[in-house]
Design a protein around this ligand. Sequence first.
Ligand SMILES: N[C@@H](CCC(=O)N[C@@H](CS)C(=O)NCC(=O)O)C(=O)O
Length: 220
Amino acid sequence: MKLVIGNKNYSSWSLRPWLALSVAGVAFDEQRIPLDQPDSKARMLAVSPAGRVPVLIDETITVWDSLAICEYLAERFPDAQLWPADRAQRARARAISAEMHSGFAGLRNAMPMNCRGRHPGKGQTPAAMADIARVCELWTDALAASGGPFLFGHFTIADAMYAPVVSRFVTHDVPLPPLCAAYVAQIQALPAMVAWNAAGAAESEWVVADEPYADPPSAP
Ligand SMILES: N[C@@H](CCC(=O)N[C@@H](CS)C(=O)NCC(=O)O)C(=O)O
């Protein structure tokens, strides 16, 4: 099984299935296609008709789109319990995962994922703050109902879907209520998340669109 991803520092969509695979303990190969390079699009099109990452290749099966990949993994590795076992909880986990997948543009645009960046206080536009309030509301509801430490008790796809939001909150030092701050710390402390962040920090590429609050690196 191979997962094709973008830069670990920037590719929020790639983080989701990568984290689901890693926390589930599935062995997989990784192929990295850095974003925003002259050959990025051609390399992505060579592995997926959608021409974007992430892409999962499981022998003859190719799955693209982060949520579709996570759904495939849940079906392929049922013992990993990537969705809650309870039908009502599963429905709720799917709803908040879909809400993440199709929404929160205000947050995404104003606070791009940049694991190694630290831009406290930046990006607090009205649209981003409205999205953050909704994220806090749904995290609080899920954590209060499950008792934590993850949104539905144990780690599920819902946590994977919100992991890039966690990363954005850390980069932009978003003020959070205690329960949400504890959840951010819980996700950041996952060994897989620690490994992803370290790998992202070690990358040398600079993607201008994802660095709105930083000066470009000086030429060597
Ligand atoms: N909805 C897709 C979005 C995938 C996506 O936009 N990926 C970005 C990288 S994070 C990409 O491939 N960008 C390159 C491009 O659009 O050319 C998913 O969930 O996987």
